[in-house]
Structures are given as structure tokens and as C-alpha cells.
Design a binder for this molecule. Structure first.
Ligand code: NAP
Length: 324
């Protein structure tokens, strides 16, 4: 974590065509809605821009079993609905809009969207992360034709079919297990001989008769003409290759933060995660970041929500400091 201290502030600016807001939240995942909830309860009348996907990644999760308060689990999209309802109840304005341009060089900050331009004294960035691609031949061409990054979205299309899952983390195992609801078989292809995923999921996968494993193996090509029919798999220990027949390829090999818009304006690490200190301050005073855009480590619904709440509390302190 870095230490960013406030620098001196310049006088405000905005034109009549711009919409001035006290707090603007970018993103509608757990971090965004938690930030908006806290900002709303501090009577800061926040505006939250949902981005292209309302709820972000959690809305694509079938069941969330590790968010406290839901002992029987809760559907990902249901949780997002509850987050939104609670944030709106206290005065958050939720806009189905996406930031397309940002100017953090002067205050108030300017955020251009598809519909308008906002000026804001405090900006909370919770733009999340996007699933990583394998970058092998056939992957792009066959995306939506058997290649998928979302089991909840696409699992249903693979009823009684054979699918492979690439990856060895919690996502790969969790989504692989979810796919056993539909698929005839689920082969997990992992590049090492041990899983990164937690023991509970690994044990569940081993106990499930539909799950098979190809360890020490990488996918080098997705094969198919119009639809996936196989993957080329290379064993990394002996170098041998095989054509492994499959109807679907589900890829869960991690994520990249959605921070392109802020490049050159905010300090980031080499992977593009926004650098923050313990209080969610970015390198620009008045700009805060929370959730997966700034967190390469935990990436849980609860940690993202906690970061969002902290960012809003700090935004409130920051606005108080501006007011003198
Ligand atoms: P992750 O933990 O980073 O795991 C990514 C997996 O993909 C690793 O096994 C990695 O292999 C493999 N991988 C990466 N690049 C690859 C490549 N180019 N080719 C082949 N394999 C590749 O990502 P994640 O599973 O999405 O999880 C992210 C975070 O969310 C974690 O903190 C996880 O605990 C959390 N999460 C939690 C839950 C839950 O608690 N229920 C569910 C989902 C996710 P190596 O192992 O060899 O590096």
C-alpha cells in the first residue's frame, strides 16, 4: 500500500451543460453500491454510473455462499438487486451510463459519459476487472460458439455435452462444479499438479463423478469450424500433445483490472491495478478506488464492499476538509 497525502486544491470549475455532483461512483459491483450507500447515508447525494454490466462479475455468479448474513447462500443477481435497492433507499441516483473520458488534472474532476458530462468534487472508482483470455489460436473466433468466460451465462447451452474448464483457482473449480448441473462431463485442465483453489472446492470436485482432471497441461489451441469440437492440449512435463474432444471451453484464469481510462492520470502497478493506500486514496486527492480495480489480492464480494464503504467514508472526510 502506498502513502498519498493531499496536495493544495485549485478553485472549482464547471459549465452549465455539465452536471455537478458531490460524489460520483463509477461501477455497480459490491464496491460501487457499498460506496454509494455510505455516501448517500452521509447525505452526499451520490450518483452511481452502472457501467456496461449492472452488478459486475457478481451478477454472473450463480450462488454466493460466503457473504455474511446469507447462511443458505444468495443468488449473485439477487444480491446486486438488494445492494441497489438499499443504496437507492438512502438517496443514491443510479444511472445506466458509462464513463468514456476522464480529466483528473483539475478540480472539480470531469467525467464524460455516453449521455452527458459530470463534474465532481470526489470520485470513487469501482470499475472492477475483466476475465483474462488464453490468447491461443481459435479462442477469439470461437467465443460465443463454445468458448465462454461465464458458466452462469452459458452453462445451460451445454446440457448433456462434454466441456473443459481451464484454470486451477477458486473460479475454475467453482464454475466447473456449477457446470456439472448441465454437462455430461467437465474436464478441468490445469497447468500445474496442484490447485490454487481452496481445499473445500478441490475436495468437492474430486468427489463429483462428472469431473475429470488433466493436470500439468495447457490448452494451445481451440479447434472447431463454426463451433468448438476439441482443444489441443500440451502436457508441460513431457511435452506430449493431444487433441481432446469437447463441446465447450470455459476459461477461468484470472482477471485484468478495468482501469484503462485512468492510465497516465493515476498511479498503477505493472498489472494496471490502481495504487491505493490503507484509506483508499489514489495518487490524486479526491479520487478514491475500491474493489477489484485496486485489489489484486482478495477480490471477494465482502472485501470489495468493505473497500467501497471505506472509500465513501474517506470521500466524506475529504469533502469536509474542502469545506474548511
Ligand atoms: P486465480 O486465483 O488468480 O487463479 C487463476 C488460475 O488460472 C490459476 O490456477 C492459474 O494457474 C491459472 N492461469 C493463469 N493464467 C493462465 C494461463 N495463461 N494459462 C493457464 N492457466 C492459467 O483467479 P480466480 O480463480 O479467478 O480467483 C480470483 C480471486 O477470487 C481469488 O482470490 C479467489 O480466491 C477468489 N474467488 C473466490 C471464490 C470463493 O471464495 N468461493 C470463488 C471465485 C474466486 P497457477 O495456479 O499455476 O498460477
Amino acid at each position: 500500500m502506498m502513502d498519498f497525502s493531499f496536495t493544495s486544491l485549485t478553485p472549482g470549475r464547471s459549465t452549465e451543460s455539465e452536471k455537478p455532483v458531490k460524489v460520483l461512483v463509477l461501477g455497480s459491483g459490491p464496491a460501487g453500491f457499498a460506496a454509494a450507500l455510505y455516501a448517500a447515508r452521509a447525505e452526499l447525494s451520490p450518483v452511481l454510473l452502472t457501467g456496461m454490466e449492472l452488478g459486475g462479475q457478481v451478477s454472473l455468479t450463480y450462488t454466493v455462499e460466503n457473504y455474511p448474513g446469507f447462511p443458505d447462500g444468495v443468488g449473485g443477481s439477487q444480491l446486486v438487486e438488494l445492494f441497489q435497492k438499499q443504496a437507492e433507499k438512502f438517496g443514491t441516483k443510479v444511472e445506466m451510463d458509462t464513463a468514456t473520458g476522464i480529466d483528473l488534472s483539475q478540480r472539480p474532476f470531469r467525467v464524460k459519459t455516453y449521455n452527458t458530462t459530470y463534474t465532481t468534487e470526489a470520485l470513487i472508482i469501482t470499475t472492477g476487472a475483466t476475465p483474462r483470455h488464453l490468447n491461443v489460436p481459435g479462442e477469439t473466433e470461437l467465443t460465443g460458439r463454445g468458448v465462454s468466460y461465464c458458466a452462469t451465462c452459458d452453462g445451460y447451452f451445454f446440457k448433456d455435452r462434454d466441456v473443459v474448464v481451464v484454470g486451477g483457482g477458486d473460479s475454475a473449480l467453482e464454475e466447473g462444479l456449477f457446470l456439472t448441473r448441465y454437462a455430461r462431463s467437465v474436464t478441468i485442465i490445469h497447468r500445474r499438479d496442484t490447485f490454487r483453489a481452496g481445499a473445500v472446492l478441490v475436495n468437492r470436485a474430486h468427489e463429483n463423478p462428472k469431473v475429470k482432471f488433466l493436470m500439468n497441461s495447457v490448452v494451445t489451441q481451440v479447434v472447431g469450424n463454426g463451433a468448438v469440437n476439441a482443444v489441443k492440449v500440451k502436457n508441460v512435463t513431457d511435452g506430449s500433445e493431444q487433441l481432446y474432444p469437447t463441446d465447450g471451453v470455459f476459461i477461468f484464469i484470472g482477471h485484468d483490472p478495468n482501469t484503462e481510462l485512468f492510465k497516465g492520470q493515476l498511479a498503477m502497478d505493472e498489472q494496471g491495478y490502481i495504487q491505493i493506500d490503507m484509506k483508499m486514496h489514489t495518487s490524486v486527492p479526491g479520487v478514491f478506488a475500491a474493489g477489484e480495480a485496486a485489489d489484486p489480492n482478495y477480490r471477494q464480494v465482502i472485501t470489495s464492499a468493505g473497500m467501497g464503504a471505506a472509500a465513501a467514508i474517506q470521500a466524506n472526510h475529504y469533502l469536509d476538509s474542502l469545506a474548511g
